[in-house]
Structures are given as structure tokens and as C-alpha cells.
Write a protein that binds this ligand. Structure first.
Ligand SMILES: Cc1cc2nc3c(=O)[nH]c(=O)nc-3n(C[C@H](O)[C@H](O)[C@H](O)COP(=O)(O)OP(=O)(O)OC[C@H]3O[C@@H](n4cnc5c(N)ncnc54)[C@H](O)[C@@H]3O)c2cc1C
Length: 456
């Protein structure tokens, strides 16, 4: 009997429970549904599209080595998947389908529809570091605050260290692969490693050399102090379990100490899990709603010209503009700058966080719905464990603290190359560079008033 493994955002052959189960169940085939029309609807970034195609190509080559036939099918949209999957299973005499569980509400509905459409079992396996149903409080309710969640998650993972599954044995002689053609507008993602081996090398290098310096370096955008594994994690080219296992191998017990540098990096992996469990337990956030319902009453100003200036990196605040230009030019942005630019959009320009959320999804190579939504709602003070509304980043202070010499700013804003000190962080009348589009103090007061309105 033939088994089928259905790949989703888990484009790897190592540590893949669904692939291992399908191979164990008999000769196996593999499938991936490309939902092109849906990708267009969601405005997937051209760089992300290119990275996805490369990841699929790398997976196809890996599966060919294992002798597993792999079909990529354009289903246009999620809603067509159940019927197409049922037809495929009939055509190839499939006896059982294996896939990893996806935890967003639309994906769960799609899977429920697939189960109904199929006359054979669809087995969904856990692909989390810690499944949302396990990372709960003693009374079974979901955590809304990160710190206690992370404490519980760390303790559980220490007691039940997740196993990393090996790549399954080849089931037949290697086969040839065909080239996967572009499916829409693309932008070069070649600087981002995409094969499993290359991404594992990247992980090993980070854990062996840089994890110990992570706490000291992670906030400085001019320093290559973070792992840059987010694109690979978002498409599942690598699993968070592989990350944790490698970190522990290199850094030992320090992993469990949240105050150590290695523990600090592990914490970031837990933020990723935290936002996944938020999306699972509080599905309103997936439907475009604020987690804190009262913040739906905020009267955002939503000035289009301000939004355009923010997108273009033309606000007159160097750290904000450098971050936005990094995003536009490279398809990625440093975490410190994601926080600063998101905060600036919501709290200085008083623009609805959903506008920014959408813009990031349309630009980022590592776009990930749960993490992006979590990050935006955190910055806008509308989410779980969000920054308090009265804590408003001062973009000039952020700039002075995290890019004191302007090394990063100058990389993306050549107009400011000759400046230093106050003139760099608060430029005025610089040829080719805009004046600040809003005044920090006034914007701050307006923001406080907007939040006060809904608290009254
Ligand atoms: C407004 C905003 C939007 C964001 N949008 C996304 C997004 O679409 N996709 C995305 O992967 N991350 C997002 N993040 C989180 C974070 O900025 C990126 O994960 C990080 O910058 C990626 O760089 P890295 O791989 O070098 O991270 P590292 O610092 O090396 O961290 C390791 C991994 O942990 C995870 N991680 C790190 N920080 C966070 C965090 N705050 N929340 C959730 N996961 C985290 C990522 O998977 C990351 O690859 C967003 C943050 C903010 C404030």
C-alpha cells in the first residue's frame, strides 16, 4: 500500500515526523500544493517567492535521492485542496496520508475539509517545539504573558527533551529531478542559504561561535549578532527542535539558564512558539482582530502620506528610515529595527498596526503570520503581553543607543554619511534627506491621548 506525505511549511527531510511515518508505512510518494492565487492575494514578497521555489527545488532533490516521487500541484487556492488531494489519492492508490499539523484557523479548517473528502486516514503529526495544548497553565488555560509561558515551556522541554528524527532511508534508487519554474514575480534570494546542509552549517556556526555573544550583540543592527535563520525556520527548512538540539550540544546546560546568552537565544525560539500558541488559542488575532478588544476603538489617524513616507524610509528619523530601507533593499530587517519602525508607525504616525503588518508580510523573506502578528500587536500595545501603551520608543534615543556611530544608518542612508553625533541622529536641513515629518514630543502626546480616550 502506498503512503503519501504532504509537505507544507516543513520543507525538509531531516526531523520530519510525517515523512518518517509515511516511509515506515510503505512505499511513499510526496506532494506539495502550491496555492498561487492565494499567494498573490496575500501579497507574498517576491524575495520570499524565490526562496520558496529554491526550497522546493532543494527538497525535490533530497527526495529524489531517497527515491521518493514528488509532485508539486498548483491548487490555486486552499478551498480546492480537499478535492484535489482526494483525486490524487485515488489516482495513485494511496492508503494513508501523513502531514504535520498546522495551527492557524484557516489551515485547520482546510485539514478538516480534507479529512471529510478523503476515504482514507489523514494523520496529522505535531511539528512544534512545544504543542499549544501542552504549553498551558495547570488549569489548562492558555498563557497570555510570555515570561511564565517560557518558564513552563523551558521546564517541560528540559524534562522531555525533543527527539530529532534522522532522515529516512532511501526507499528506491535515486531518481532525476526537474527544474521548478518560477511562479510569479521573484527577487533574488541567493544570499540566503536554502539547502538543508547549508542551513545546518549556518546553525552550527551560530551555535558554536556566536550564541555565547548573542546577548551582547543582538540589539545592534550594524553587528552580525543574530542567527539569520528566520527565513529557513519560516518555511521549515529547519525545525526549532534541530535548533534547540544543536544549541544544547554546543552550549550545554547554559541553554536552560534564561539569563545566559545561549538561554537568551533559546528564549527567542520560545517567543516564536508563544505567538503560535496565541494564534491557536485566540484565533481572533488571525482574523485581523486585536487581542485586547478595547483597542479596536482606537481612532488611528491613518494618513496615507505618512504611511508612504514610512514605507519609503523618508520620515526624517534616521534609525526608522535605515530600517525601512533595509527591508526594502534586502527583504529582511533586524529585530531591534522591527520594534522601532513598528512602534514609530503606530505611536508616532498613529497608523493602524494592520497596515504595517500587511506591509511587512509583503516585504519579508521570513514572513510568518503568527510571529509578525505577535510583533505588531506587541508594538501597538494591542496584543498579549504587549508593551504598555505609555512606553513609546524615542527614535532618536534608540538611534543613539543602538547605532551610536551611525555605521548601520550610513549603510542605508548615504545622504548622512558625512555626519556624526547629534547632527547624524537628529539631522536638519541635510540635502537630499527629508526633515522629520512629525515632532516626537507632539506625536507622543497624541498617542497617549488616543489610548486615554479608550481607557476613559
Ligand atoms: C513588528 C515585528 C514583526 C516581525 N515579523 C516577523 C516575521 O514575519 N517572521 C519572523 O520569523 N519573525 C518576525 N519577527 C520577530 C523577529 O524580528 C525575527 O524573527 C528576527 O529578527 C529574525 O532574525 P534572526 O533569525 O537573526 O533571529 P534570532 O535573533 O537569531 O532568533 C532566532 C529565531 O527565533 C525566532 N524569533 C526571534 N525573535 C522573535 C520574536 N520576537 N518573535 C517571534 N520569533 C522570534 C525567529 O524564528 C528567529 O529566526 C517580528 C518582530 C517584530 C517586532
Amino acid at each position: 500500500m502506498t503512503a503519501l506525505v504532504w509537505f507544507r511549511n516543513d520543507l525538509r527531510s531531516l526531523d520530519h515526523a510525517a515523512l518518517s511515518a509515511a516511509v515506515a508505512a510503505g512505499p511513499c510518494r510526496a506532494i506539495y500544493f502550491l496555492c498561487q492565487a492565494q499567494l498573490d492575494e496575500h501579497g507574498i514578497a517576491p524575495i520570499r517567492r524565490h526562496y520558496l521555489r529554491r526550497a522546493l527545488q532543494a527538497l525535490a532533490e533530497q527526495l529524489a535521492e531517497l527515491g521518493i516521487p514528488f509532485d508539486i500541484i498548483d491548487a490555486a487556492h486552499f478551498r480546492h485542496v480537499p478535492k484535489m488531494l482526494a483525486d490524487y489519492c485515488q489516482q495513485y492508490g494511496i492508503a494513508q496520508v501523513f502531514a504535520h499539523e498546522e495551527l492557524l484557523v484557516d489551515e485547520m479548517q482546510r485539514d478538516a475539509a480534507c479529512k471529510q473528502a478523503l476515504s482514507i486516514p489523514l494523520t496529522l503529526l505535531d511539528d512544534c517545539l512545544i504543542h499549544p495544548s501542552l504549553g498551558t497553565k495547570d488549569d489548562g488555560s492558555a498563557y497570555k504573558v510570555f515570561t511564565p509561558y517560557s518558564r513552563r515551556a523551558r521546564q517541560r522541554l528540559r524534562e522531555h527533551f525533543p527527539r530529532v528524527l534522522p532522515r529516512p532511508q532511501a526507499q528506491a534508487a535515486a531518481t532525476a529531478t526537474t527544474r521548478i519554474e518560477a511562479f510569479g514575480e521573484e527577487r533574488d534570494s541567493d544570499p540566503w542559504p536554502v539547502t538543508e546542509n547549508a542551513v545546518l552549517d549556518q546553525l552550527r556556526e551560530f551555535c558554536a561561535q556566536r550564541a555565547v555573544k548573542y546577548s551582547d550583540q543582538r540589539n545592534f543592527p550594524a553587528v552580525d549578532g543574530t542567527s539569520r535563520l528566520s527565513a529557513a525556520l519560516a518555511l521549515g527548512v529547519i525545525s526549532p527542535r534541530q535548533c534547540l538540539a544543536r544549541l544544547q550540544l554546543e552550549c550545554g546546560e547554559a541553554v536552560w539558564d534564561a539569563k545566559s546568552s545561549a538561554g537568551n537565544w533559546f528564549n527567542e525560539l520560545l517567543w516564536r512558539e508563544f505567538y503560535r500558541q496565541v494564534a491557536f488559542h485566540f484565533p481572533q488575532v488571525v482574523k485581523g482582530r486585536a487581542f485586547q478588544a478595547d483597542t479596536e476603538r482606537l481612532r488611528w489617524r491613518n494618513k496615507r502620506e505618512h504611511f508612504a513616507a514610512w514605507q519609503a524610509g523618508e520620515t526624517g528619523y534616521p534609525i526608522v528610515d535605515a530600517g525601512m530601507r533595509q527591508l526594502a533593499q534586502t527583504g529582511w530587517m533586524h529585530n531591534r529595527l522591527r520594534m522601532v519602525t513598528a512602534s514609530f508607525l503606530c505611536k508616532h504616525l498613529h497608523i493602524d498596526w494592520r497596515w504595517g503588518e500587511r506591509h511587512f508580510l509583503e516585504q519579508l523573506i521570513d514572513a510568518d503570520f503568527a510571529s509578525n502578528n505577535g510583533g505588531w500587536q506587541w508594538a501597538a500595545s494591542t496584543g498579549t503581553d504587549a508593551v504598555p501603551y505609555f512606553r513609546i520608543f524615542n527614535p532618536t534615543t534608540q538611534s543613539q543607543r543602538f547605532d551610536a556611530d551611525g555605521e548601520f544608518i550610513k549603510q542605508f542612508i548615504p545622504e548622512l554619511r558625512e555626519l556624526s553625533g547629534k547632527a547624524l541622529h537628529q539631522p536638519e536641513n541635510v540635502a537630499g534627506y527629508p526633515q522629520a515629518i512629525v515632532d516626537h514630543k507632539e506625536s507622543r502626546e497624541t498617542c497617549l491621548a488616543l489610548f486615554q480616550e479608550i481607557r476613559d
